[in-house]
Write a new protein. Structure first.
Length: 315
């Protein structure tokens, strides 16, 4: 029995209406939040049997329910899968013969295209990399605006950067339990260095060891989660020119001291007088070696000449 037949059987075992889309609305008739449900069969042939681009399309603010179904029943061995949606921190449980279904639910708070793929090495993994969650920009109904602030930045020797951020909603209340990303803008471009989860006070922090590349700034990014809209904050750095001391850069509150001079972080530079003295010492040592070698050569020749003259006198 081929993959197509098993796929059809798996789909028929679930509610037929959910295969396409199931919409439900709140009963108050006001700003209604749509719930969209999809069933996706995952097999070595791809999502719902196709290895080409597979797109799920929803609107911003929709509640999304995805049910992933294991579809490799025709194989003689198990072929587990784990489906991940980048940007939403959505990860399914492991799909396999003993646990063939996995359902995830979330609110599409951030608009854009988000990659959906199998993140577990498996047979046919190359056919499970083209999934896409497309979230169209909505009217904003049902979504709560947020603000992200960088409240504290401190640099500790040797070049360890400590960033503290705070996420609050439109009423100033903390947004707890959401993922915040910490990006560093370097000469090589924007680079994500890590993430953390906000506390009950909406606070998340991260420590990062500054590399040798010149840092130009940091960005803290909340990509949206649940009914919260995304927000971000940035801070700028002065480029590192020449480290001049090992002093700790004082902590500061964002907005009061928008620029951090990272030239204050590092080792003491070598004074010019010391460098000149070292050069003179090295050059002088080389010349002393040359002079010593020349004296030795002259002495050897003189000694040889004396011996030759003494031999002639004996004859």
């Amino acid at each position: 029995m081929n993959v197509r037949i098993w796929t059809i059987i798996a789909l028929l075992l679930l509610h037929p209406a959910a295969i396409i889309m199931a919409d439900s609305s709140s009963s108050n008739g006001a700003s209604q939040t749509q719930t969209k449900a999809f069933v996706i069969v995952v097999s070595r042939s791809g999502f719902n049997g196709t290895a080409s681009r597979f797109v799920i399309e929803v609107n911003q603010g929709d509640k999304v329910r995805l049910t992933f179904v294991y579809g490799d029943w025709d194989l003689s061995q198990d072929n587990p899968h784990v489906i991940t949606i980048d940007g939403y921190n959505v990860v399914s449980s492991k799909l396999r013969r003993t646990t063939p279904n996995s359902t995830v639910e979330f609110v599409a708070g951030q608009s854009g295209d988000f990659r959906m793929h199998c993140s577990l090495p498996c047979l046919g993994m190359e056919n499970l990399q083209e999934g896409l969650l497309r979230v169209n920009v909505g009217s904003g109904a049902g979504l709560t605006k947020t603000s992200t602030f960088i409240t504290h930045v401190e640099v500790h020797p040797p070049n360890v950067l400590h960033i503290v951020a705070n996420v609050v909603d439109e009423n100033g209340l903390p947004v707890a339990g959401v993922t915040v990303g910490f990006d560093v803008n370097t000469t090589l471009g924007l680079m994500e260095v890590g993430t953390n989860i906000t506390s009950a006070d909406g606070v998340a922090d991260y420590q990062y060891a500054l590399p040798s590349t010149l840092e130009r700034g940091i960005e803290v990014l909340f990509r949206g989660s649940g009914h919260y809209e995304p927000s971000n904050a940035t801070e700028a750095f002065l480029p590192i020119v020449s480290p001049s001391s090992s002093a700790i850069v004082p902590p500061y509150v964002s907005g009061q001291n928008p620029m951090i001079d990272l030239r204050l972080v590092g080792v003491e530079p070598i004074p010019a007088a010391v460098i000149v003295s070292l050069v003179i010492l090295v050059v002088g040592s080389v010349w002393m070696v040359y002079i010593y070698a020349i004296k030795q050569i002259v002495g050897i020749r003189a000694d040889s000449k004396r011996r030759a003259e003494g031999g002639q006198e004996m004859h």
